[in-house]
Design a protein around this ligand. Structure first.
Ligand SMILES: C[S@@+](CC[C@H](N)C(=O)[O-])C[C@H]1O[C@@H](n2cnc3c(N)ncnc32)[C@H](O)[C@@H]1O
Length: 336
């Protein structure tokens, strides 16, 4: 029996989903949202402010309204609340460079996803990071720093580090978690452990933020190199989908061994729910790894908790960190 109510609209919207992405990235690029925030409200005033034709402004505003990026009231447009907060250039919370860099970096490759999926080449452990240069790292972390500082501040607010002394941040990137912890807790020190090219860039961010005396950056590969001793907090943030369960399991076990007795570990990352049916972000970050030919897959919250429990951590919990995007799994190394 044919269901007459079925149609192709959902499938069309998915198939042409790249247009949604491109609309958002172009709106950021021509800075429409800042112009609206600064007072341009109608098609004509927005067109003038953004220096595009009224015809193109009308097209963009209709698309942005359909995507829920702007709200139309009569002839006037205003920004949706998340757009007003995160996509207005003058705001401290502006994340435009992060979205445009990350949103565009794999754009062309995703257009050939089917080809990548047919590849039978054996996976490479470091995937995208295999031949990472200082310039690659500088470009990536110029984009991740602002968003990372938001995550770092949240971490420092949620986790009481007032009695901790040393954070080991595995794959710490720009150093944002250590920098935010050092800003909040005057006694805390940190080691950002990242690939050698990234450690160079981490040192730049650490110095720029005035913490070179309390935070160091050490070059190394967390899948195989020894971790520095003496930490009572270990963080592994935004590194899950790039690696297989076996690799993450080993990293967590080695982190457990390196950690002081009574210390704590936080794995923060894109995790699937335990039914492995979503959310979309973690599932698609893992699919992205087909392009980079790594061992990466999506890990569920339960999987991640098991890595910590099997390593010996106790009181392991999973909590939302950024709902719909990042989960935080925390465990404690038993006191001696
Ligand atoms: C998505 S970024 C996250 C950076 C930071 N943790 C944050 O949340 O802002 C992932 C970081 O992990 C680092 N990384 C990935 N694999 C690594 C490895 N095998 N050893 C050391 N660092 C690694 C990358 O260089 C990059 O800086």
């Amino acid at each position: 029996m044919i269901d007459e109510k079925l149609d192709t609209v959902r499938l069309q919207n998915l198939a042409y989903g790249y247009r949604q992405s491109a609309t958002l990235l172009a709106a950021i690029e021509i800075d429409i949202f800042s112009k609206i925030s600064a007072g341009a409200r109608t098609v004509d005033t927005i067109a003038r402010a953004a220096d595009i034709t009224a015809l193109n402004a009308e097209r963009m505003l209709a698309a942005c309204a359909a995507l829920g990026l702007v709200v139309k009231d009569g002839e006037n447009y205003s920004n949706a609340s998340d757009v007003e907060r995160f996509l207005v250039k003058s705001a401290k919370s502006f994340v435009g460079p992060w979205l445009t860099t990350m949103g565009r970096s794999d754009y062309g490759a995703w257009n050939r996803l089917g080809e990548y999926l047919r590849s039978k080449k054996p996976p490479r452990i470091l995937g995208v990071y295999e031949s990472y240069t200082v310039e690659d790292a500088r470009k990536l972390h110029a984009a991740t720093f602002s968003i990372g500082m938001g995550a770092g501040r949240r971490f420092a607010r949620l986790c009481d580090l007032s009695r901790r002394k040393l954070i080991l941040d595995l794959g710490g990137g720009s150093g944002c978690y250590c920098i935010c912890a050092a800003q909040k807790y005057p006694q805390i020190r940190g080691v950002v452990f990242d690939l050698p090219s990234v450690a160079v860039v981490a040192r730049e961010y650490i110095a720029h933020n005035g913490f070179s005396d309390r935070i160091t950056a050490q070059g190394g590969d967390f899948t195989k190199d020894d971790f520095p001793p003496g930490a009572d907090v270990v963080i592994l943030a935004s590194n899950l989908p790039q690696y297989s369960p076996e690799i993450i399991r080993r990293v967590v076990k080695r982190a457990f061994e390196a950690l002081d007795a009574g210390g704590e570990m936080h794995v923060i990352g894109e995790m699937l729910n335990n039914d492995r049916t979503g959310p979309i972000g973690p599932a698609l970050w893992a699919l992205n790894e087909a392009i980079y030919g790594s061992t990466g897959v999506a890990h569920s919250e339960r999987d991640t908790m098991t890595y910590l429990e099997d390593a010996g951590f106790i009181e392991v919990t999973a909590t939302d960190f950024i709902p719909g995007s990042l989960t935080r799994v925390t465990g404690y190394k038993p006191p001696r």
